[in-house]
Design a binder for this molecule. Structure first.
Ligand code: NAD
Ligand code: DAU
Length: 398
């Protein structure tokens, strides 16, 4: 990566970050956390556009580059004067305070999180640290920054807290979809940590006047999603002729949203959302996991006609279920549609086709992110679910 606009900071000992382009008319940046992850990198690309003329303005990206963060997702932005990358932890209060004072952003979009439910079951510690303590550190830093800011900055500033529908718990088959007043009932360590962070954001708005807005979104899919999550895992495994591990009976329901639609919703919330409010975001695409896996297989059968693994759905294996597995999520997105005029542009069918096509066009990206530590995770998560370790899979398909 070209280092000219990339500031690598560890703690506060690194070089001082520079405002990317002082001559630009849009020099007041936004600060994004977790912009090297799946949704964050899609947001960063959408915000900055393919070139400067399509940019919405300068953007500073603070990311710790955990296993889920990938600097390669943003390689196309190397050399862009409107983009600054900062390598660091949201829990580093001194670093965050420094970035706020240095860049004086007009908004903070908070994507950074530990985001994978299965990992939160295997080891919840990092989830509490980043999702709860990290969000707390950000809120305190923003509070101090705004206390010292002029009234115009205080008036304009927004803290957009990117959260999840999992805070609402699990729905029965006939229950109405989650709406903004649905009581919180998180079931996994991940969901509990996100629920806690939502409560902190709410309290900091109510008590200290931090101008925050919370968004709760359903399952995203699309380019740059790490293949530990259902869709990219199924695509990567099917392409490699490996088993497709479906938890339990595969009848759990998720409400799928193409990631670019989520990113557009976040821009709409930033532009017109009301401080102190929550907005639910979802695609209105309820599908069982088995339906989703079969849809992926059908697309691969069509798009890779020469594959030796056709029909790909023959690779499906039912494996031991996720502990505490939520049965159904569904989002009522009528508030954001009504108030902010947002609508999902992709149907599940069009979004899924784009997603599968992206993974087919980017085998090097898959190879890169599925090397090294990824294999240990696959062995750890699937090794006890019915013999689908990477070694067993390789043997079975040798
Ligand atoms: P992801 O796991 O792909 O990316 C998370 C990013 O945060 C990575 O780049 C990682 O390096 C970074 N990060 C982690 N800990 C950090 C820390 N302490 N300091 C700085 N950076 C850190 O996650 P995602 O799927 O892109 O999700 C982004 C946000 O959206 C999360 O807050 C998640 O809860 C929320 N969300 C996700 C979905 C979904 O379907 N993926 C749906 C609704 C809400
Ligand atoms: O609902 C929003 C949430 O969606 C986000 O907040 C989370 O960050 C995101 O990870 C996602 O959580 P899920 O647990 O729903 O996503 P995941 O892709 O891990 O699993 C989707 C469904 O597929 C779930 O019911 C579990 C199932 N599954 C998953 C994997 C990885 C399988 O059946 N097999 C698998 O191998």
């Amino acid at each position: 990566m070209n280092e000219s606009n990339v500031t690598w900071i560890r703690g506060t000992k690194g070089p001082t970050p520079q405002l990317t382009d002082p001559s630009s008319s849009q020099t007041i940046p936004i600060l994004v956390t977790g912009g090297a992850g799946f949704i964050g990198s899609n947001f960063v690309h959408g915000w900055l556009g393919p070139n400067l003329s399509g940019s919405r303005g300068a953007l500073v990206n603070l990311d710790k580059l955990t296993y889920a963060g990938n600097a390669g997702n943003l390689i196309a932005l190397a050399g862009r004067p409107d983009y600054t990358f900062v390598h660091g932890d949201i829990g580093d209060a001194a670093l965050v305070a420094h970035l706020l004072e240095q860049h004086r952003p007009h908004a903070l979009l908070h994507f950074a999180a530990e985001s994978h439910v299965d990992r939160s079951i295997a080891g919840p510690d990092a989830f509490l640290r980043t999702n709860i303590e990290g969000t707390f550190a950000l809120l305190q830093a923003v509070r101090a920054y705004l206390d010292g800011a002029d009234s115009a900055t205080r008036e304009r500033f927004r803290f957009i807290h990117v959260s999840t529908d999992e805070v609402y718990g699990s729905l029965g088959p006939d229950d109405a979809a989650f709406h903004e007043d649905t009581p919180y009932a998180p079931n996994s360590p991940y969901a509990a940590s996100k629920a806690a962070s939502d409560h902190l954001v709410r309290a900091w708005t109510h008590t200290f006047g931090v101008p925050a807005i919370i968004t709760n979104c359903s399952n995203n899919y699309g380019p740059y999603q790490f293949p530990e999550k259902l869709l990219p895992l199924m695509i990567a495994n099917a392409l490699a002729g490996k088993p497709l591990p479906v938890y339990g009976d595969g009848q759990q329901i998720r409400d799928w949203l193409f990631v670019a639609d989520h990113c557009r919703a976040l821009e709409a919330v930033l532009d017109g959302g009301r401080v102190g409010e929550t907005y639910n975001i979802g695609g209105g695409n309820q599908r069982s996991n088995l339906e989703v896996v079969h849809a992926v297989c059908g697309l691969l059968d069509e798009l890779v006609p020469g594959s030796p693994h056709r029909p790909h759905r023959a690779l499906v294996r039912f494996v031991e279920d996720r502990p505490g597995h939520d049965r159904r999520y569904a989002i009522d997105a009528s508030k954001i549609e009504r108030e902010l005029g947002w609508r999902a542009l992709e149907s599940f069918e069009t979004g899924l086709r784009k997603t599968v096509e992206w993974y087919l066009a980017n085998p090097a990206w898959i190879a890169d992110v599925t090397s090294g530590a990824y294999r240990q995770w696959i062995d750890q998560n699937y090794g006890t679910r019915g013999g689908t370790t990477s070694a067993a899979l390789a043997k079975a398909h040798a």
